[in-house]
Design a protein around this ligand. Structure first.
Ligand code: DCP
Ligand code: MG
Length: 601
């Protein structure tokens, strides 16, 4: 934690310094009150009352200023520290491979980056402010009490052990509950996360009541534990108060007893002693509070560390084999699978791809067809290296994908994933997303005035509308009231499945990549639109290697080569006509779809 705090050491130092200023003023007050009472009120000396009073006001102003400055610096330290940790967490999560994200679960990651960071922030705040204040106040209070009279200090010394015992016993009972509370909070959060994200499914199955019960269960359990902790804590203040009051009685007794003797303790001193006494004893209660915050924060910090300490696998370039690859004799967009086998890291015994070999030359269209779960998505995900092969190698332009710097490899590839992901920005920004650098002027132009006057200004066709045209998205985009500036809602819920798919296609196309991968990207398009899409691709991307994953014969029949995937193996490959002759599986697929009239040709 110090590593992150180091940057703000200056503020961490300033805050306690100002705190000391504030604190000394707090500690001086009762002493001055004593003077006012003894030398002013009791001696009927108005002058002392006035001068002391003015001094008190000035000191209060000074103390208050110190307090404000302490708060400001403590906040700067804590907030900046939290900000840095959130950034570190976010960037680490962005670097996570898919299976790492899966392992932590989205809900837990969100909790960690929000709630847990806040807890730790609070701890920093407490350390530089309350903890310092608590300790100084305690020590200073004892000193000031002793200065009034050593006998008072003796009374405090009698009360102190009792208060300490009460606080320690309470903490012992409460601290373990805090860890439980944190876990239960996690459960409430993930339950909520799931239900909000899956609200459509819950509604579709009319499972609101069931889910409400599920949520209530988690929530009630959190509430129970919280109540349990609070009930224990409820005893703390009253018990300490009882001790405190007993001590006050002791002070009054000592004070009253000696006040009558000449040169004994004065009434003002007795008054001041009572104030100091409560300052000292209440500090122990405050200390208990701080301790609780620390317990919570250390649990949170552990959870943050879990994320930060997770090594980022798989994104490293395999330096041992030469680093940045040379271009293979002018070929661009060539893909080769050499005897590739693949299993997901979390289920290594279950081979999802089994000895796959094939080659796609520049400009070729390779289609992959197969039943659900046959491994199509897994296969194409190996090309941009979302996962690493278990065995064998994947080559792009004649070089193993492990040898490319990530950016270089992924720049070559435009992939439309099976599950479309859109961001809550305008359609234009969604299409440009990932290519902003390439089309800096357009991005700037759109950001500046929110229109697509780019073509008018620069006299060249707008790449966004070209990409949308190829993806067959232009037609529906222009029908929306705001056109390209239409805002997409979170998760793209404001668009239909096919519309989302077309925007993601445009996003891949605008990159002008060497390799285009469509993972089931025609599934939500009607046959006419899909045909138009392929026609546009043939026209505009004739030199781009295309990989089309599909379940429909219609989507694959015009490909240069079709790979029939069955249970992770390529069981047949060839053109549509060849496969009709040679492959039983392919013929079966054809027959089943012809019956449903889906083949379309
Ligand atoms: N699988 C897995 N872990 C994942 C993803 C998938 O264990 N994170 C398994 C489930 C399937 C197999 O891998 O049995 C192949 O999954 P694919 O997603 O590659 O299957 P397809 O893309 O062919 O199926 P679909 O047509 O439904 O998209
Ligand atoms: Mg798939």
């Amino acid at each position: 934690m110090l590593k992150y705090l180091k940057k703000y050491w200056f503020y961490c130092l300033l805050a306690p310094l100002f705190m000391m200023g504030e604190l000394s003023m707090d500690l001086l007050q009762p002493d001055m009150m004593a003077t006012i009472v003894d030398d002013g009120v009791l001696a009927s000396n108005m002058e002392v009352i006035l001068t002391e009073g003015v001094r008190m006001v000035l000191l209060v102003v000074f103390g208050g200023t110190c307090g404000v400055l302490c708060g400001v610096f403590a906040n700067i330290a804590a907030q900046e520290f939290g900000n840095d940790i959130r950034k570190a967490l976010f960037s680490r999560i962005m670097d996570f491979s898919f299976e790492q994200t899966d392992r932590f679960t989205t809900g837990s990651l969100v909790t960690r980056i929000t709630n847990d960071v806040t807890q730790v922030e609070q701890m920093v705040m407490m350390s530089v402010r309350s903890l310092v204040r608590c300790v100084l106040m305690f020590v200073g209070g004892i000193y000031m009490l002793y200065r009034q009279s050593p006998q008072f200090a003796l009374v405090a010394a009698c009360g102190l052990p009792f208060v300490t015992v009460i606080v320690v016993v309470t903490l012992k009972k409460v601290s373990p509950l805090y860890t439980v509370i944190q876990q239960k909070l996690d459960r409430v959060n993930s339950c909520m996360q799931e239900n909000i994200a899956g609200a459509r499914v819950v509604k579709a199955y009319v499972k609101e009541d069931y889910e409400l019960e599920h949520f209530s269960g988690a929530n009630d359990s959190l509430c129970d534990t919280n109540l349990q902790a609070q009930t224990i804590l409820a005893f703390l203040n009253p018990s300490v108060n009882i001790i405190l009051n007993l001590c006050v009685v002791g002070v009054l007794y000592v004070g009253g007893y000696t006040v009558r003797q000449d040169g004994g303790i004065t009434p003002g001193q007795t008054m001041a002693a009572i104030t100091y006494l409560s300052l000292i004893l209440m500090r122990i209660v405050f200390f208990a509070n701080i301790f609780q915050t620390f317990t919570r924060a250390s649990a949170s910090w552990r959870r943050i560390r879990e994320v930060l300490d997770t090594p980022v696998v798989q994104t490293q370039v395999d330096e041992s084999s030469g680093g940045v690859p040379a271009q293979a004799d002018g070929q661009t967009g060539e893909i080769e699978f050499r005897d590739v086998s693949f299993a997901f890291p979390d289920a290594p015994e279950n081979l999802v791809l089994d000895h796959i070999s094939f080659r796609a030359k520049q400009g070729e269209t390779i289609a992959i067809i197969g039943s659900t779960g046959s491994g199509k998505t897994s296969l194409v995900q190996l090309i941009p290296r979302f996962y690493d092969t278990t065995d064998g190698e994947v080559l792009v332009d004649g070089q193993n994908v492990r040898m490319y710097p990530m950016q270089m490899l992924r720049d070559k590839i435009g992939i439309v994933q099976q599950k479309t992901e859109l961001f809550s920005r305008s359609i234009r920004e969604n299409i440009l997303w990932g290519s902003e650098e390439k089309y800096e002027e357009i991005a700037a132009c759109a950001a500046a005035d929110g229109t697509d006057n780019f073509s008018a200004v620069y006299g060249v066709p707008d790449p966004v509308s070209r990409a949308a045209g190829i993806a067959q998205a232009e037609e529906f985009i222009l029908r929306t009231p705001d056109g390209y500036e239409t805002q997409v809602t979170e998760g793209g819920h404001s668009l239909s499945g096919g519309q989302k798919q077309r925007i993601s296609i445009a996003r891949a196309v605008i990159k002008n990549p060497e390799i285009l991968i469509f993972d089931d990207s025609g599934s939500a398009l009607d046959l006419k639109t899909e045909a138009a899409l392929y026609e546009a691709l043939n026209r505009e991307f004739a030199d781009t290697t295309r990989i089309i994953v599909a379940q429909r014969i219609f989507s694959v029949k015009d490909a240069d080569r079709i790979l029939v995937l069955d249970n992770g193996r390529i069981c047949a490959s060839g053109t549509h006509e060849e496969l009709l002759q040679s492959s039983d599986v392919y013929r079966e697929i054809c027959k089943s779809q012809l019956k449903k009239g889906e083949i379309g040709a």
